[in-house]
Design a protein around this ligand. Structure first.
Ligand code: A3P
Length: 289
């Protein structure tokens, strides 16, 4: 088993999995030229990134299913910071969609000066942590998570890929992008996907018919995505992502943390997050209890 030191790259205080990131890919991201009609979903890991890779092309192209049926999610809506971007960038057609786990302060200068839009997707950190715990079991390029209790400590201390959840949220909440950024939660997407799609399409200036919204919702449902080999990571060799250990599209629900946290863990987690956000001007969209 490889150690965290062997598996992670440390760049500007954050851990990046070496399998998918390199100093070159991070430099490529820094020098990337954003176009005004680009859109990037900025998401802390395990909070709905792959879901946005399904949603964005369909909203942008008016519901044409071709991209989600012919292009694997990582090439269809690539990660800004990953090695793969350099390989596929020339194949992307405008309006381009990307995803990123970067905090705001690591976004490239061209993003800040462009008119590109950002969609900030937030998920209750307890559920993101549970999802991440299982992801570490299926991902051969991440360290073993240890016990749930040990993993919680790593998560709260930010000794996980892309650092602390609270730092990520703070960075995007203070982005000052004005009307170029929209917040949405994983929870509102689960609760009413058509409503979430209307909100996203309005933000992106797309006027989609109700029929198209319903069609996109159907194709972006958990069940349909779980069966879509272009989105469920079944195309990736098992040594990297082993869906038999834990499927990537695992449960897709809100509140699974209640099946995992003891009352002591719940109290500790809530108190650490509240303490780190106590002086912030924003409030979280959900109660952590
Ligand atoms: P769970 O492990 O809780 O099931 P990311 O893409 O950021 O890595 O996030 C992965 C999480 O998003 C997983 O959560 C996955 O099941 C969930 N997810 C992906 N597509 C979804 C969908 N269509 N509906 C609900 N959840 C979805």
């Amino acid at each position: 088993m490889s150690s965290p030191e062997e598996l992670y790259l440390l760049y500007r205080g954050l851990l990046f999995p070496k399998e998918t990131h390199s100093l070159e890919s991070l430099k490529f991201a820094q020098e990337f030229t954003f176009r005004d009609d680009d859109v990037v979903a900025v998401v802390y890991p395990k909070s709905g990134t792959v879901w946005m890779q399904e949603i964005l092309p369909l909203v942008l192209n008016g519901g044409d299913l071709t991209p989600i049926h012919t292009i694997p999610n990582w090439d269809r809506v690539p990660w800004l910071e990953e090695k793969r971007l350099e390989v596929v960038v020339d194949k992307l057609t405008s309006p381009r969609a990307m995803v990123s786990h970067l905090p705001y302060h690591l976004m490239p200068p061209s993003f800040l000066t462009s008119k590109a839009k950002a969609i900030h997707v937030m998920r209750n950190p307890k559920d993101a942590m549970v999802s991440s715990y299982y992801f570490h079991q299926m991902a051969g390029f991440l360290p073993d998570p240890g016990t749930f209790d040990e993993f919680m400590d790593s998560f709260l201390e930010g000794k996980v890929m892309f650092g602390k959840w609270t730092d990520h949220v703070k960075s995007w909440k203070h982005s000052a992008l004005g009307d170029r950024i929209m917040d949405i939660t994983y929870e509102e997407m689960v609760q009413d996907l058509p409503a979430a799609l209307r909100k996203i399409s309005n933000f992106l200036g797309r006027d989609l018919s109700e029929e198209t919204i319903q069609k996109i919702a159907e194709h972006c449902s958990f069940k349909t995505m779980k069966d879509n080999r272009m989105s469920n990571f079944s195309l990736v060799p098992k040594m990297y992502l082993d869906n038999d250990k834990s499927p990537f599209l695992r449960k897709g629900v809100v509140g699974d943390w209640k099946n995992h946290f003891s009352s002591e863990q719940m109290a500790k987690f809530t108190s650490v997050i509240h303490k780190e956000l106590e002086n912030e001007s924003f409030t979280l969209p959900w109660s952590l209890d």
